[in-house]
Design a protein around this ligand. Structure first.
Ligand SMILES: *Cc1c(COP(=O)(O)O)cnc(C)c1O
Length: 359
């Protein structure tokens, strides 16, 4: 019998090698005599872990020296507020691109702190495309342009970083961080919650150009102030110690597997296999325009809703778990992050084919 595979969008599958290490470190981490769950965040051993984590992120993503790397408490929706709080002092507005559920949520939150300029939206196309750049209406005096690099629910991904001249670009990379190299020459700030491709829930990674660190609104809480956290190596308050630890194991694993470029290569092969299976099935359907299909999250519909229940039940019996689509859109969705192997996706496509054939 195969071991089960978790296709959930987040919290998402961790590499089994990482789970093994966690298992060992649970009672005595790093010969400290105490559990990784209870190690003090002011100990020299934890300080070392923090330094190693930052160094790994910088190495894996080729982060330039003029960018700060922060590990902050809470998920990406907290960053929806923190981004405008930290980056809009002295500006009247911020540009946003709407390409699906998460960018819409980011816009809603940002409206509390700044005037949001909706520069483009693909809502009229049911979020099946990225609006062409030549149609974007940017306010040139806005603080930044925010976009969601990968829409985890809709399954739309930017094929490349937008070309917007000197405008500061802010990117939500929650669901595709560490799945491709990042061109920091063209970006001002990226952020990602950890529970998709960078470990477990509880923390977010923020990488921000240091010259943007003097733009925080005065009411920004200290713990959420990028500049203050940068000065304190993200240790202003007790950090999410276990999430930092798991993130450092994920970095080690990505490095051992060949790095971020290798993750990108694998993601293209896995995604192609799954989309081809869906497209050729005459049974399942994915409506995202081919250019913008996500490499990480693949939503698909069955011919009718009646079949869905049966589909999820059979999938579960085959050890293919949590293929249900997001509650806002229904249908099915397979999240195929770094920790999902090509073999795992092959098992999924074999199941998809046999389920379709039997109907
Ligand atoms: C998951 C996700 C979020 C929300 O993250 P939380 O940690 O639940 O707040 C935001 N944006 C994107 C792109 C996501 O995938």
């Amino acid at each position: 019998m195969y071991s089960p595979i978790n296709f959930n969008a987040g919290p998402a599958t961790l590499p089994v090698q990482v789970l093994d290490i966690i298992h060992k470190d649970l009672f005595n981490w790093n010969n400290t005599g105490v559990s990784i769950l209870t190690i003090g965040h002011r100990t020299s051993q934890f300080a070392e872990l923090g330094e190693r984590l930052e160094a790994s992120v910088r190495r894996l993503l080729h982060v330039p020296d003029d960018f700060a790397v922060l590990f902050l408490p809470g998920g990406a929706q907290i960053q929806f507020a923190m981004i405008p709080m930290n980056l809009t002092r002295g500006f009247q507005s911020a540009n946003y691109i709407e390409t699906g559920y998460w960018s819409a949520m980011a816009i809603k939150e940002a409206q509390k702190y700044t005037q949001v300029r909706l520069a483009a939206s693909s809502k009229d196309q049911q979020f099946t495309i990225i609006p062409p750049e030549e149609t974007w209406e940017l306010r040139q005096d806005a603080a930044f342009l925010h976009f969601t690099d990968n829409e985890t629910i809709g399954g739309v991904e930017f094929p490349e970083v937008p070309q917007v001249g000197d405008m500061v670009l802010v990117s939500d990379m929650s669901s595709n961080i560490f799945s491709k190299p990042i061109d920091f020459n063209r970006l001002g700030c990226i952020y990602a919650c950890a529970q998709k491709n960078f470990g477990i829930a509880g923390m977010s990674l923020v990488i921000v150009r240091r010259d943007l660190l003097d733009r925080a609104l005065p009411e920004t809480p200290a713990v959420f102030n990028y500049a203050m956290q940068d000065k304190n190596h993200s240790l202003l308050a007790t950090p999410t110690t276990f999430a930092w630890y798991v993130a450092s194991l994920i970095c080690d694993w990505v490095e051992q597997e060949g790095g971020v470029a290798e993750m990108e290569k694998r993601s293209l092969v896995k995604a192609k296999l799954l989309y081809t299976c869906i497209d050729q099935s005459n049974f399942y359907h994915n409506s995202i325009s081919a250019l913008y299909r996500s490499r990480m999250n693949v939503p698909f519909l069955l011919p009718n809703q009646r079949l869905e229940e049966e589909f999820f039940l059979s999938a579960k019996k085959a050890g293919l778990l949590y293929l249900e689509g997001h509650r806002s859109v229904g249908g099915a969705r397979a999240s195929i992050y770094n920790a999902i192997s090509l073999k795992d996706v092959e098992r999924l496509t074999e199941f998809l084919n046999s389920f379709a054939k039997a109907r």
